[in-house]
Design a protein around this ligand. Structure first.
Ligand SMILES: Nc1ncnc2c1ncn2[C@@H]1O[C@H](COP(=O)(O)OP(=O)(O)OP(=O)(O)O)[C@@H](O)[C@H]1O
Length: 989
């Protein structure tokens, strides 16, 4: 036995004499492993019989164990664990790592083993690992990356350099769980590689911050797949990071990991997330909670685990400077002139390709061979593929057609099968299905015999990059016959779902997850016009491309309805047959918003080149976009296009008065050939723009968000414009001058069809003006305490029966009896009303709701909805046969109040039987397409009714339920198959 073990036993004699139980289990384990013999056992039992158990323990610790050989101590620890005395083993291990200087020896040797491993293995990047002669020195070519740190749930971000990755960010705490997300090929693995390699170099020089990677005692750098089928991090280290002849046991490793300051890096969660229990536990902090864990993943794979991460970063494409640095470093490393690469960066058509480090590296490699630039991702990968094929043909002494037929086709099939399983490997058993697998490997897409286990000699074959798996998969699908391909496409999902239920790991799906392959498929079949058109038609149907999607908001995603745009971005030219289908099935309106991707915008410009009559109307949300300059020039191209009708609305958020004026001029707001509707986020505008500030003479809609009295120059500029819509949203308290200007505007504008005036303020003073407006169709207003005269005006407006939309806000349930009675009486004569939204309302006073014929109804938060209210609502729903959208905000305060034991007078609880009746009534609205609940307490017992409701709503395509705290895993299981039906977009929290 080693001295440090003896010392440890010595120091813990008292502890062990009182803690150890000399149980049959312990004796059985000790005899089985040979730590004690049968004679020893008899001797111990005699001592117990004649003296005490403590005396026996002491004899065992002093006379027996130390003399039983070098492995005795560890076997003793194992025997303790096996006989339910793990706490004693842990105590001894802890003590060992604290007091024994020799344990520092174990740590030192482990540290230097790992450091030299990283220094050697991670020194070079092989962008095409099959071409061993193409490798780049990591230190030479690495471009320092900047990461964006999400600073709050609203999506605000801050730039963090790699040097400050581990520095405490929003809180004082050192982050323990860090996540880096990014697109394929964006450089996530290279970041991991650099961190581990840097640590391997031992010294930080003067480069790093105080909490740099060198501040960790150990860095354990893994691929996510390394955790599959291993029970602990220690086992993973032994299996994947250490050579098989390195002598250390998992428990010793465990001891070092526990005692030291360790960084665990796990790359590519997206490639090995299914059934990866150890990794899940690590993320959740169920094991090694106090160690630092850095995970990388492509987007959308960790949605349900986001809450475990204190620091969430994204790594985005290169900016201009980084692109330049990349090509310069590349040229310098290759010792060639950088001018050809730099000129390549000037070509705008490949700018987005150049922003991706992988693509830029491939472009550089191609540029060395060929001067023609590739414009789409498919074109780029096709070129690379061709090079590989040519090289393989030469090397294997085959003609290219033979390589294609006998080697590449099976490879496409392997890629397809791997992709179906969300893997990037071919397992050994699958490789045996084809005779010439070894030759297939020689082509170069699969790295040869990656031995993933040094202990068990398990073999698998790794595809070089996930994007290549996707490209090769697309090649396989492109070669399928039409029926098979369409069948594959039909089985994809085209609606998003996101489900966050506390403690449940449910994967999310965003339609973008299909796109890498569909994009390649579109690109590959560009010449096959009929095939392409058929595929595009399916995407048009499934993603509801031809529908009008609205409203547009801050959080609108570049979602399913834009998929076709993103896919046609992969085409060099839209073939006439496809162009015809797109023209025929074009949507009446397209919303472009801040999250629209570069490829979406490229697709949009492709659409502009098709000749439409009439043109497509366009809304553009130009607020907070990532690259404002680029976005501005994109919008200007849209304005110039004959196929786009930019007379629709644009949202702008100028940072000051100069920017306001630049936007209004640059985007020609209010002019005949440009946007005639504008929404201005006024909050930041402090000064007053120059005197000639004005909108074009065709301005038809002015929406002012967070308007303050000193923005009155905006009202003056709109005074004589032909407005049909005027909106003030969440405006500040108006002064007399603004009130008078609004009166003037309302009196000038007899054509106004839509007016919105909302804040916490009462706007009844304008009702008399509205009553004079013959054309008013949509009214949204905040009313608190209305006078009799105001109510008479309101009644006149409602009973004129011209309104198709009505929204009433009020402050703290200030609906008076007389307001209820005006509304309720008027409902009988409002046959034109189609959309109704009410806030702070108690609908038990509105039984005449059932006389309306609504398409859209919302009870906005907070509303008084108790059992009686639900009865009135259910009654109304039964008569609204044309209802398409329903949104009900249950009382969000009641559960908060309950938690805080506060007795608010607006707490309402709802009986389950009422809820069931409500669900039954909704189930009868067969035209319902969008259903939203907020703070609905959907307990498991009502789930069967919810299931029946969703099943009966065949046209339902969007279901949202947020703020539900009652559903358990059991209840969710019943709901899951129903809500995950294809075509249904779900959002549950
Ligand atoms: N910071 C960088 N400096 C220089 N080259 C880089 C950098 N990051 C990435 N590259 C190049 O891009 C290639 C792909 O990068 P990497 O494998 O890190 O991407 P990834 O985000 O992990 O992709 P995937 O999600 O497909 O696995 C690298 O092989 C390298 O050639």
């Amino acid at each position: 036995m080693e001295d440090r073990h003896k010392e440890c036993l010595l120091k813990n004699r008292v502890f062990m004499c009182s803690e150890i139980s000399l149980s049959t289990g312990l004796f059985a384990n000790l005899t089985e492993s040979g730590v004690i013999t049968d004679e020893h056992l008899q001797k111990l039992q005699n001592i117990i019989r004649n003296d005490t158990t403590k005396a026996a323990v002491l004899y065992f610790l002093t006379e027996l164990l130390p003399k039983r050989g070098s492995k005795a101590f560890n076997l003793f620890l194992e025997a303790l664990c096996e006989s339910q005395q793990e706490h004693i083993a842990d105590h001894l291990k802890q003590c060992l790592s604290d007091v024994c200087p020799e344990d520092a020896g174990t740590f030192k040797s482990l540290r230097s083993e790992l450091q030299s491993y990283y220094k050697r293995r991670l020194a070079s990047i092989r962008p095409m690992p099959w071409l061993q002669d193409i490798y780049l020195n990591l230190t030479d070519v690495f471009v320092e990356r900047q990461l964006k740190l999400k600073t709050n749930h609203k999506g605000d971000e801050r730039i963090v350099t790699m040097k400050n990755l581990f520095t405490p960010q929003e809180t004082e705490e050192i982050p323990r769980r860090l996540l880096i997300e990014g697109n394929p090929g964006i450089g996530k693995s290279t970041i991991c590689q650099t961190l581990a390699h840097e640590w391997g170099k031992q010294s930080c020089g003067r480069h790093c911050g105080t909490l740099c990677v060198h501040s960790f005692d150990l860095v354990l750098s893994f691929h996510a797949g390394d955790f599959i089928d291993v029970e602990s991090v220690a086992h993973a280290v032994q299996k994947h990071l250490l050579p098989s002849d390195y002598s250390i046991t998992p428990s010793e490793l465990q001891g070092v990991i526990k005692a030291k300051n360790v960084l665990i890096i796990v790359d590519a969660f997206d490639e090995a997330n299914a059934g990866n229990r150890t990794l899940d536990r690590l993320i959740e902090g169920d094991i090694l909670r106090h160690k630092t864990l850095l995970i990388t993943s492509r987007f959308n794979f960790l949605e349900n685990k986001q809450r475990h991460f204190e620091s969430r970063f994204t790594v985005e494409g290169y900016d201009e400077e980084e692109r330049l640095e990349h090509v310069k470093r590349y040229a310098e490393h290759k010792n060639i002139a950088s001018a050809p690469f730099e000129s390549m960066l000037k070509d705008k058509s490949i700018l987005d390709l150049c922003s991706n480090p992988l693509n830029l590296t491939l472009l550089c490699l191609l540029r060395e061979e060929d001067t023609q630039l590739r414009i789409t991702r498919t074109a780029l990968y096709t070129s690379i593929h061709r090079i590989i094929k040519q090289k393989a043909a030469k090397r294997l002494k085959l003609i290219e057609a033979e390589v294609e037929e006998s080697l590449l086709r099976p490879l496409y099939q392997f890629a397809f099968e791997a992709h179906q399983k969300n893997e990037t490997v071919v397992r050994e058993k699958d490789s045996k299905k084809v005779q010439n697998f070894q030759r297939i490997c020689e082509v170069g897409y699969l790295t040869n015999e990656v031995i993933i286990s040094r202990l068990q000699k398990e073999v698998r074959f790794q595809f070089t990059h996930k994007t290549f798996v996707e490209f090769l998969t697309a090649k396989h699908i492109a070669e399928m016959d039409r029926e098979e391909r369409m069948n594959w496409m039909q089985h994809l999902r085209y609606a998003d779902y996101s489900i966050w239920i506390g403690g449940l790991a449910i994967e999310d799906f965003k339609v973008e997850q299909n796109e890498p392959i569909l994009g390649f498929l579109f690109g590959l079949l560009e010449e096959e016009s009929a095939e392409l058109t058929q595929m595009a038609s399916l995407v048009i149907n499934e993603t509801r491309f031809s529908y009008e999607h609205h409203p547009l908001s801050l959080v609108s995603p570049c979602g399913a309805s834009h998929q076709l745009l993103r896919l046609i971005a992969e085409l060099n030219v839209v073939p006439p047959e496809l162009a015809e289908v797109i023209c025929k099935r074009r949507p009446p309106l397209i919303n472009i918003h801040r999250h629209c991707s570069v490829s979406c915008r490229r697709g949009m410009l492709k659409l502009c080149n098709l000749r439409f009559q009439p043109p497509i109307r366009m809304n553009v949300y130009l607020i907070d976009s990532h690259d404002e300059e680029e976005m501005m020039s994109f919008v200007q191209k849209l304005i110039e296009s004959k196929s786009i009708d930019c007379s629709k609305k644009i949202w702008i958020k100028p940072r000051n008065d100069t920017e306001l004026w630049n936007d209004v001029r640059g985007l020609r707001i209010g002019q005949a050939d440009s946007f005639q509707q504008v929404s201005i986020y006024c909050f930041n505008i402090e000064g007053i723009p120059c005197e000639e500030f004005s909108f074009g003479n065709h301005l038809s809609e002015l929406e002012l968000f967070r308007f303050k009295p000193w923005h009155s120059f905006l009202l003056e500029a709109a005074l004589h414009k032909p407005l049909t819509s005027l909106q003030f949203i969440r405006c500040y308290k108006l002064d007399d001058r603004c009130i008078s200007l609004i009166h003037q505007l309302l009196r000038n504008q007899r054509n106004l069809q839509r007016v919105q005036l909302t804040s916490w303020q009462h706007f009844g003073c304008f009702l008399a003006d509205f009553a004079q407006m013959e054309n008013l169709q949509s009214l949204e207003i905040t009313l608190n305490d209305s006078t009799d005269e105001e109510l008479r005006s309101l009644e006149a407006i409602l009973k004129r029966n011209k309104l198709s939309e009505l929204t009433i806000h009020s402050w703290y349930f200030s609906y008076s009896r007389s307001l209820y009675s005006v509304l309720n009486d008027s409902f009988n004569s409002m046959s034109s009303l189609r959309e109704l939204r009410l806030r702070y309302v108690n609908i038990i006073h509105l039984p005449n709701l059932r006389h309306l014929d609504l398409i859209n109804f919302s009870l906005l938060s907070p509303s008084e909805l108790n059992d009686d209210g639900i009865a009135v609502l259910s009654d109304a729903l039964r008569s609204w046969r044309n209802l398409q959208q329903l949104s009900i905000d249950f009382d969000p305060f009641s559960s908060v109040a309950e938690q805080l034991s506060i007795d608010f007078d607006f707490r309402f609880s709802v009986a389950e039987c009422s809820l069931r009746k409500l669900f039954e009534a909704i189930a009868g609205c067969h035209r319902l397409q969008i259903l939203r609940f907020d703070s609905l307490e959907m307990a498991d017992s009502v789930v069967p009714s919810v299931c029946r409701m969703i099943e009966s709503l065949k046209q339902l395509r969007k279901f949202t339920s947020v703020g539900n705290k009652s559903l358990t895993e059991e209840g969710f299981k019943q709901l899951e198959p129903i809500i995950k039906r294809n075509g249904l977009n779900i959002h549950m929290e």
